[in-house]
Design a protein around this ligand. Structure first.
Ligand SMILES: Nc1nc2c(ncn2[C@@H]2O[C@H](COP(=O)(O)OP(=O)(O)OP(=O)(O)O)[C@@H](O)[C@H]2O)c(=O)[nH]1
Ligand SMILES: [Mg+2]
Length: 711
């Protein structure tokens, strides 16, 4: 491929609602750039972008795909992102490394969950956005309503640069308000005629153009003044407004396409290559250290690995964006995270499964390297002796859908672990960990669909049959009042015996509490518990009733019960215990005796101290269209939710609530069915709080039954 300079590169991500036509549009762009000579289609399973087995099976995108095209003397790197919200991690990946987002909106579905999610990421990354309105030939499509919803939702200055002459079955032409021409389309591979605007459309076109010019002017104060003075803008001023307004997110241009017929795509590519910012026109990138990286092909090398993929013939592929410097084939670089030296011996420009070798990747461009030894997604690669500069990592969404996974054939356990490990490399929004506490292999993702695709891949590509089970809840145990107990451990068996007696008092621990005055305080040991909360041991032994040296053993015994709480075997937390008396034997006392005495004394005291089970509470935020608000609230209330607030957010209502994790099982599926997939939510851990009495009784009973089953 021809070598492109930084100024001639445009990086765009195609994002937007599910099935809005992104992959089809990407295919058009590759065709327009002559990267492919025939346009494939999603329905025929023949696109360059949706090529993975799971994508062919489902006929929707699951992973982001890096593609390229050439147009107008420029190289366009295109990342086609999936639209279903279960794959939101891929939207985060895609938008991290591009300068411009091309947001596809279906004129039939208008603003939908995928549009909103992608918009939020563009706001976070400050990414310029161009809207492409698709599906204009559908019966229920409505261009004006789509634009109205976009304006209401995104509050930005939308600038309609094109409008369709008619919407619905007769859609075959758009008026371009920048060129003041009509683009007339006919079936075939994007056949287009550019003609004068017919008389019947002239008035409307002029009116719409005047509105567009005013929108363009409003993006810049100086231009606004010129506009007030002259009542219009010159072509140059319009160009300036578009370029700068797009870059600074003051302006969001709107275009019309039909991806299926490749209508209007050439014009969008022309607009992008002329107006979208080149990588070196955007503000410098922020580093973890608080510094900045300017996009300079002659600067020090800094490449950021944003995506890892595993392909059957190539092995592991690392996709990287060069933020600064120029990488030539064979260069040795340093991974700042692992301090590993990596040789980029073979580099490619990729388009889905197609690839072209490249010997040089300049600042601003995207490339792919194979067989790096130890470089995962989110790594920075720099010159061997360069300053350790690390790019801020991609922030992946927290998992909000958990299941426990089990191989149906026990012999497959190892294979399952290995396969999940590889899948996690490719998809950082997939969380897999074996919970020692729950004794389950827990998989967390973004929703049921996310985990269904994982299961399909395990079964069909790795030949591991699995089943998903309900995940257990990581409960905690604590106490609500003080209680005393003593335990004497005594054993006589042949030679030397075992003897240890411990008297303790336990009480609830709170930060900054005053310790009991009942006993003197001779020492204190605070254990920060791995699972949250604290355990404090107070040494209150008087008159040398037991030796100091036995205290660590007593603490160990207590810790045994903290790790496997007396109520349900869950972790215990936030307890103080005072060791205030005991007895020892000159010969028979040893560590094991005091450990056992401590453990039993603690268990007894715990049971009489108003024991309480705690459950994890999550902060849940639901965005729901107004008309489904009532149903969503009713459902939440059935989940023991405490509603904390309701706010309007564009076309949505935002509900904030605190909900126990135990009640959030399969919430994504329930919410989707209540709202026909028109709502979205996120959840973050908030705190542990007491379970209600009836729930506690049920948990105790279930644990008892489980224990007796095991006996
Ligand atoms: N009628 C019509 N169909 C379209 C148009 N654009 C795309 N399609 C069809 O819509 C379906 C979805 O298209 P895709 O390109 O897979 O959509 P996508 O946005 O990539 O989907 P996800 O990646 O799964 O979110 C396919 O059947 C396309 O052929 C259009 O403008 N008109
Ligand atoms: Mg797609």
């Amino acid at each position: 491929m021809k070598a492109y300079e930084t100024k001639d590169i445009r990086n765009i991500a195609i994002v937007g609602g599910a099935k809005s036509g992104k992959t089809t549009l990407a295919e058009d762009m590759l065709f327009e750039g002559k990267v492919i000579s025939r346009r494939g289609s999603v329905d025929e399973k023949s696109t360059v972008s949706d090529y993975r087995p799971i994508e062919l099976e489902r006929q929707n995108s699951v992973f982001s795909t890096v593609l390229y095209s050439e147009f107008n003397g420029k190289k366009l790197n295109i990342i086609d992102a999936p639209g279903f919200d279960d794959f939101v991690g891929e939207v985060a990946v895609s938008l991290k490394v591009v300068e411009t987002a091309l947001m596809v909106v279906s004129a039939q579905n208008k603003v939908e969950v995928g549009t909103e999610i992608a918009w939020r990421y563009t706001s976070r990354y400050n990414t310029p956005v161009i809207f492409a309105i698709n599906h204009l030939e559908h019966e229920n499509s409505n261009f004006d309503e789509t634009v109205r919803q976009l304006k209401a939702q995104f509050k930005g200055s939308l600038s309609v640069c094109q409008y369709p002459v008619s919407v619905g079955a007769g859609f075959n032409a758009v008026i371009d308000l920048l060129k003041m021409k009509m683009y007339k389309f006919s079936e075939g591979d994007g056949k287009t005629e550019v003609v004068d605007i017919p008389d019947s459309e002239k008035d409307k076109a002029e009116e719409m153009q005047a509105t567009m010019i005013e929108d363009l002017a409003s993006s810049d104060e100086a231009l606004m003044e010129i506009f007030f003075e002259n009542g219009t803008l010159t072509e140059d001023e319009m160009k300036h407004a578009l370029h700068d307004g797009l870059k600074t997110r003051e302006l969001f241009p709107v275009f019309c396409i039909n991806a299926k017929h490749n209508w209007g795509v050439n014009r969008v590519m022309e607009f992008i290559t002329n107006n979208a910012p080149a990588p070196n026109e955007m503000p410098p990138l922020k580093t973890v250290e608080g510094g900045e990286i300017a996009c300079d092909p002659n600067g020090h090398i800094n490449a950021f690995v944003f995506k890892t993929s595993i392909e059957s013939h190539l092995g592991e592929i690392s996709f990287f964006k060069v933020n600064s410097g120029t990488i030539t084939e064979g260069t040795d670089l340093l991974n700042t995270k692992t301090s590993t030296k990596e040789r980029l011996s073979q580099m490619f420009t990729m388009a889905g499964k197609l690839r072209e070798k490249t010997s040089k990747v300049v600042a601003g461009d995207i490339g792919a390297a194979v067989k790096l030894k130890n470089t995962a997604t989110n790594s920075s690669l720099i010159e061997i002796k360069g300053d350790l500069v690390e790019v801020e990592p991609i922030e992946f969404p927290e998992p909000k859908y958990r299941v426990a996974v089990k191989a149906i054939n026990q012999g497959d356990d190892e294979k399952l672990n290995a396969a999940l490990h590889v899948m996690q490399k490719m998809d950082k929004s997939l969380h897999v960990n074996y919970s020692k506490e729950l004794k389950q292999l827990i998989v967390g993702g973004q929703g049921e669909l996310h985990l269904i695709t994982v299961k399909w891949q395990l079964e069909n590509l790795e030949s591991v049959e699995i089943e998903y089970l309900s995940p257990k809840i990581p409960y905690r145990e604590t106490i609500t009042r003080s209680s005393k107990s003593m335990y004497r451990h005594k054993k006589q068996s042949g030679g030397s015996g075992q003897f240890g007696e411990v008297h303790i008092m336990i009480e609830p621990f709170t930060e900054g509490m005053e310790f009991s005055k009942e006993f003197p305080k001779r020492g204190e040991e605070v254990v920060e518990l791995e699972w949250g909360g604290k355990l404090v041991m107070i040494n209150s032994i008087v008159g040398g009733a037991i030796d100091q040296r036995f205290l660590p053993a007593i603490l160990k015994g207590v810790m045994d019960k903290m790790e496997e709480g007396p109520l349900t075997g869950s972790y215990a937390r936030d307890i103080v215990f005072y060791v205030y008396d005991g007895k020892m034997h000159a010969v028979d006392s040893n560590e094991i005796s005091f450990k056992l005495a401590g453990r039993h004394a603690f268990k007894e005291a715990f049971k009489n101290a108003g024991p309480q089970i705690l459950e994890p509470i999550y902060n849940v935020e639901v965005l729901v269209p107004e008309d489904r608000m009532g149903d969503v609230m009713t459902d939440l209330q059935g989940r023991r939710a405490i509603i904390m607030g309701m706010d309007r957010e564009g076309n949505y209502q935002k509900i904030t609530a605190r909900v126990p994790l135990a009640e959030m099982n399969k919430y994504s599926t329930a919410l989707s069915s209540i709202t026909s997939g028109r709502a979205m939510y996120s959840m973050t851990f908030l705190e542990y709080s007491n379970v209600p009495n009836d729930v506690q009784q049920a948990l105790l009973k279930a644990y008892d039954e489980e224990q007796s089953d095991e006996d």
